[in-house]
Each structure stands twice: as structure tokens, then as C-alpha cells.
Design a protein around this ligand. Structure first.
Ligand code: AMP
Length: 380
């Protein structure tokens, strides 16, 4: 199957051809023609499935036939649970809208940063990607009108509910016109999602993509049995001796993330931290520098890493183990994606032994262990 069979227009196909999207992923194959036909969609799919382009491409195509909307009147609304995802979705819109004959202005907005610059940048925006709270703030400020929305996308709807956005979502739905197309994407299909789909979707096309955990086969895992004091030298040894250029390191606390970064820098390794106590600007910058290769190591906590998507990330290191096996799978699943192999390394202290066994059992894979005690880490 090729992108040209999905009903996309020549300018979009030309942009796709210039990107690294060679063949459509299954979700794109199923969703793009259905969205172009005006159908509602229920997509059960996770980050990594290619769900973003599955709605971005047909939405951009639909705009090619639309008159330009009056200022402040948003035509397509993408609701997302958090800032990082808003930025990522915004980037995919920018990637594919760069050379369209009929330009489509898109903007990602989210809380945690000042609202005024966002209000200024809203001029002429037709596609808005927003977290629920910030969207309602913008409505309250009369900065946008939602009464002309043609298409609503709920991305990672289950996460939005988990983060407690139910009330905000309902308030937003009340502001939308009756007649519109609805696309809902969720990694899971629980009771609450079911209620929302019943309320929102009309005769949807249901697309289900196998969850990410099945891709663990592409990840080569190693564990190092190591004492707490030797974790720092071991990390630096691995990075320097293997000349690692792009490493995502996970810690359990903000404090530990900062101290790991500090030590790496002292030892001449270019690193930044990504956690909830960094400003939004610092987080966006850290991610951008990491993706572009300007820094080699990003040290993140679990919360800050939700939905992180770094194409072809080669190495993930668990400096500390997460509490839940689910978080472990999520962390290592940042690598070994889209058919590209990855490496996941876990540091395991003696007191983590039992916990690490539980993680391996839940994941259904046993990890080869190396004793760091016998390694010469002198000088690292
Ligand atoms: P998503 O699930 O939308 O977050 O996409 C996951 C990753 O797959 C992103 O890094 C995309 O750039 C990449 N991707 C999505 N679709 C394709 C495709 N058809 N070919 C190659 N890469 C893709």
C-alpha cells in the first residue's frame, strides 16, 4: 500500500514524499480514507502507531476546499491531555502544511505559560491544538469562537480522563455546533471512554491497533547489578566508552534528575533535565536540543516523559527503576519504535531485585544481567 492510494491530493503527496514517511502505517491506511469520506472515527491506538498523521493529513486535505475562516473562528479543534503532546501534534501539522496551495494556519496552546502571547499568535488560526484548561481560558477571554468547528479530534482521550479533564471536556462539547465530524483516539477502551464515544460519535469507523507492548521484541535489554554509589560512574562509562550520542535517562525524582545532569556536565557530557519543575520553555527547548543532537543526554522523570516521541531514539537507561511495571514498559518503549531496533539498560540495586523480577514477569521478558562490581569504572 502506498500513500497515493488513500485519496490524498498531489501537493500533500509531494510533501509526504519529501518526509521520512515512506509507506502508510495500518492506522493511516484505515483512517485517512474514512476521514476524507466524512466519517467519525474511534481509533484504539497508542503513541507510536502513527495516529497523529492519520488525522493530520486528511484534515489538511479537507481545508483545501474550504473558504478561509473569519478571524478567531477555529474550524478544526484537536484536544490533547498535555503540553508535550500539543507541541508534537502541532509539529506534524506544520510538517505537512508547509507547502500547501491553500495555507492552513495551526497553533498549539497549553497552560503553564503566559496566555497573552498565545492570544496574539491566534490571529488567522484555523486549526487549534489545545489542552482543555487553556482552551476554556481562551474562550473566556473571547480570543476564540468554537461555534463553527467542522471537526473535533480527541487525542489520547483516556489520558485526558485520567488527568481529571472530564468536566472541562463536557464544557467544551457544549460550545461546539451540533453538526461536525468527530475523531476519538484512545489507547484503552474503558467504561468512561465508552460513555464519551456513545455521546460523541455517530456510526464511527472503529480502528484497533495492537498496543505498543507487542513491539518489545525490537528492544535489546540489559540489566546492570550496581550499588547506588556506582550508578553515576557506570552511566558515564557506558556513555563515553560506547560513544553514545542520544540517550534518554530516567530517574524517579526531580532532585535525582537534576543531580545526574549536574554530574554528567561536570564530566564533560552535554545533558539537560526534563521534569515538572522546569518551565514550559525550558522543557520545550530541552526536547528540541535533544532531538536535534545539540545535547546528548536527556534526564527525565516519568511524568515529564508521558507521550514523548523521539524518532529512532537508540538508547534508554533506567538510572532508577519506576514503581510500576507499566511505567517501565512505557519508558523502554520510547526506543525500539517504528521498526527500528533500540537498547534499554536498567540499573538494579540489590534492594530492587524483587521489584525488577516483578517488572520482568509483567513484561513477559527476562533481562540478561551484568555485575557492575567486577567492572573497572576508575576515572569515570
Ligand atoms: P504517532 O503515533 O503519531 O505519535 O507517530 C509515531 C512516530 O511514527 C512518529 O515519530 C512519526 O513521525 C512516525 N511515523 C508515523 N507515520 C509514519 C509513516 N507512515 N512512516 C514513517 N514514520 C511514521
Amino acid at each position: 500500500m502506498s500513500f497515493s492510494k488513500l485519496g490524498l491530493s498531489a501537493p500533500l503527496l509531494a510533501t509526504i514524499a519529501k518526509s521520512d514517511y515512506t509507506t502508510p502505517y495500518p492506522i493511516q491506511e484505515a483512517a485517512i480514507p474514512a476521514i476524507l469520506a466524512g466519517k467519525d472515527i474511534l481509533g484504539i491506538a497508542q503513541t507510536g502507531s502513527g495516529k497523529t498523521a492519520s488525522f493530520v493529513l486528511p484534515i489538511l486535505q479537507q481545508f483545501q476546499q474550504k473558504p478561509v475562516a473569519p478571524n478567531r473562528f477555529i474550524k478544526a479543534l484537536i484536544l490533547v491531555p498535555m503540553r508535550e503532546l500539543a507541541v508534537q501534534v502541532g509539529d506534524v501539522f506544520k510538517l505537512f502544511s508547509a507547502h500547501l496551495p491553500r495555507p492552513v494556519k495551526t497553533l498549539a496552546v497549553f497552560g503553564g505559560v503566559s496566555i497573552n502571547p498565545q492570544m496574539i499568535r491566534l490571529r488567522g488560526v484555523e486549526v487549534l491544538i489545545a489542552t482543555p484548561g487553556r482552551l476554556l481560558d481562551l474562550v473566556a477571554n473571547n480570543a476564540i469562537q468554537l461555534s463553527d468547528i467542522d471537526i473535533l479530534v480527541l487525542d489520547e482521550a483516556d489520558k485526558m480522563l485520567n488527568l481529571g479533564f472530564k468536566e472541562e471536556m463536557t464544557r467544551i462539547f457544549d460550545l461546539l455546533p451540533e453538526k461536525r465530524q468527530n475523531l476519538l483516539f484512545s489507547a484503552t477502551l474503558g467504561k468512561e471512554i465508552h460513555t464519551i464515544t456513545e455521546m460523541l460519535l455517530h456510526d464511527p469507523v472503529k480502528i484497533e491497533i495492537a498496543p505498543e507492548t507487542e513491539n518489545l521484541d525490537l528492544i535489546k535489554q540489559t540489566g546492570y547489578r550496581v550499588t547506588e554509589e556506582k550508578k553515576g560512574p557506570l552511566l558515564r562509562y557506558l556513555i563515553k566508552s560506547q560513544n553514545l550520542k542520544q540517550v534518554l535517562v530516567f530517574t524517579s525524582s526531580v532532585h535525582k534528575a537534576d543531580s545526574v545532569v549536574h554530574k554528567l556536565k561536570q564530566n564533560g557530557i552535554v545533558a539537560l533535565a526534563l521534569h515538572s519543575q522546569k518551565s514550559q520553555g525550558a522543557r520545550t527547548d530541552a526536547l528540541r536540543y535533544f532531538k536535534s543532537g545539540e545535547i546528548n543526554v536527556l534526564v527525565a522523570t516519568d511524568l515529564a516523559s508521558r507521550g514523548l516521541d523521539i524518532p529512532a531514539l537508540p538508547v534508554v537507561i533506567n538510572y532508577e527503576l519506576p514503581r510500576s511495571p507499566k511505567d517501565f514498559i512505557h519508558r523502554i518503549g520510547r526506543t525500539g519504535r517504528a521498526g527500528v531496533e533500540g537498547i534499554a539498560i536498567s540499573f538494579v540495586c540489590a534492594e530492587d531485585d524483587h521489584h525488577f523480577r516483578v517488572i520482568q514477569k509483567k513484561m513477559g521478558k527476562w533481562v540478561d544481567m551484568i555485575e557492575a562490581e567486577g567492572m573497572n569504572l576508575h576515572g569515570y
